[in-house]
Design a protein around this ligand. Structure first.
Ligand code: 5GP
Length: 209
């Protein structure tokens, strides 16, 4: 009953997903984070291979052609994609793999992995989102306006997620995500092999074998 699951963490840009994931990885050892590839330019403080694999449009499109992504999407004028190799290896290893991706990507992942757990992270209210985007201090007013517009579109898709996580108190939010993952891993839909096995065993036992 200990197979790893795929977790998709989406949420408005500025909702604090990055920090949440960092803390989650620090606090528990069952998680592996997929590092995406993007054509966006790095923000101050971001490192290639840590936040993202930063690359050119040409290299990204080559990788698309080679079926190297589980999913990819265009967001605010840049490509973002989930490299296939790492995710498949970690899942096979029994890790709970986190994809920090937006909603178009989540929908594609859902088609391929119907048992994945989609979580939506949001700040307590819209004003707080704007404050966090401005507080980051790494983007122009124009980029922030673009991200707020994207948030309006993204809010239309919240019902496609299994749970909403309100990121108000960081520590509490990390614990809550971990609890949701643990609960999801106990759902019958995610334990078909276990259920089949115990049914077979019960049948044999009831026949006295
Ligand atoms: P940012 O530029 O703020 O780092 O990311 C912009 C959006 O792209 C965020 O919503 C983030 O979750 C999403 N994103 C990051 N990596 C991927 C990816 O590999 N695939 C998809 N579909 N979205 C991603």
């Amino acid at each position: 009953m200990n197979e790893g699951i795929l977790i998709v963490l989406s949420g408005f840009s500025g909702a604090g997903k990055g920090t949440l994931v960092k803390e989650l990885l620090k606090a528990y050892d069952n998680y592996a984070l997929s590092i995406s590839m993007t054509t966006r330019t790095p923000r101050a403080g971001e490192l290639d291979g840590r936040e993202y694999f930063f690359t050119s449009k040409e290299v990204f499109e080559e990788k698309i052609a080679q079926n190297g992504f589980i999913e990819y999407a265009e967001y605010c004028g840049n490509y973002y994609g989930t490299p296939r190799d790492y995710v498949e290896r970690q899942l096979a290893d029994g890790k709970d793999v986190i994809l920090e991706i937006e909603i178009q990507g989540m929908r594609k992942v859902k088609q391929m992995f119907p048992k994945m757990l989609p979580l939506f992270v949001t700040p307590p209210d819209a004003k707080e989102l704007k404050r966090r985007l401005q507080g980051r201090g790494t983007e122009s007013g124009e980029a922030i306006a673009g991200r707020l517009k994207a948030a309006v579109r993204e809010s239309e898709g919240i019902e496609d997620y299994e749970y909403i996580v309100v990121n108000d108190d960081l520590g509490a939010c990390v614990k809550e995500i971990h609890s949701l993952v643990q609960a999801a891993k106990r759902s019958p839909a995610r334990n078909e092999a276990f259920i089949d096995h115990i049914r077979e065993e019960l049948k044999l036992l009831s026949k006295g074998e």
